[in-house]
Design a protein around this ligand. Structure first.
Ligand SMILES: Cc1cc2nc3c(=O)[nH]c(=O)nc-3n(C[C@H](O)[C@H](O)[C@H](O)COP(=O)(O)O)c2cc1C
Length: 188
């Protein structure tokens, strides 16, 4: 049996009671043993400054190293003003530099947007995909995950309370595992 795939989960919200973090934790609990999901924190990162490139602070070196160790990346994000939160864009920028040494390069990815609103963070989902094209992160196209009306989606233990959403997320994880298999960079 092949070893489990390590998936770095980036949550676009920094708040303690974040619904997106709840989704990340629910997926960590639901994932099959062949997918090892773990949240990669982004709130500790300094605001990106191109001056860092010559001698990046340790916190950035650690972030890039952790990212490079992952087989794949899963973004779970709210929508802020019809785009992605600044903290997530910052993490994307931090991981993308120095020029020519992007830690995102070639990693298979997937995007989940989640909002208490009705349209499930569609704008954020697609703005994020625009970055991923440039970063050479092949982002799974189907199934798409725009999770709307999420205010009461989780029970008191943090599990997804709605059965159809739970089944959908299970299928999403299965499809993502196949996507990772198909898109992992070939070892030289
Ligand atoms: C600055 C800001 C902008 C927001 N803009 C949007 C938006 O464009 N679309 C949307 O559906 N919700 C928007 N919201 C509401 C968020 O979806 C809601 O606060 C959500 O719970 C945030 O995700 P979290 O629970 O993971 O922190 C916005 C919230 C904030 C704080």
């Amino acid at each position: 049996m092949s070893s489990p795939k390590n998936v770095a989960v980036l949550v676009g919200s920094l708040r303690k009671e974040s619904l997106n973090r709840k989704m990340a934790n629910a997926l960590i609990a639901m994932a099959p043993p062949s997918l090892k999901l773990g949240i990669m924190e982004i709130g500790q990162l300094p605001l990106f400054n191109q001056d860092f490139e010559a001698d990046p602070p340790q916190v950035i070196r650690d972030f890039k190293q952790q990212l490079e160790a992952a087989d794949a990346v899963l973004f779970i994000t709210p929508e802020y003003n019809r785009s992605i939160p600044g903290a997530l864009k910052n993490a994307i920028d931090v991981g993308s530099r120095p020029y020519g040494k992007s830690s995102w390069n070639g990693k298979p990815g997937a995007v989940i947007s989640l909002s208490p609103g009705a349209i499930g963070g569609f704008g954020a989902n697609h703005h994020l995909r625009q970055c991923l094209v440039f970063l050479n992160v092949p982002a799974m196209q189907q199934p798409e995950a725009y999770i709307g009306k999420a205010a009461n989606l989780f029970d008191e233990k943090g599990a997804i309370a709605n059965e159809s959403t739970r089944e959908f997320m299970q299928k999403f994880l299965q499809a993502f595992e196949q996507w990772i298999d198909r898109n992992l960079p070939q070892k030289q």
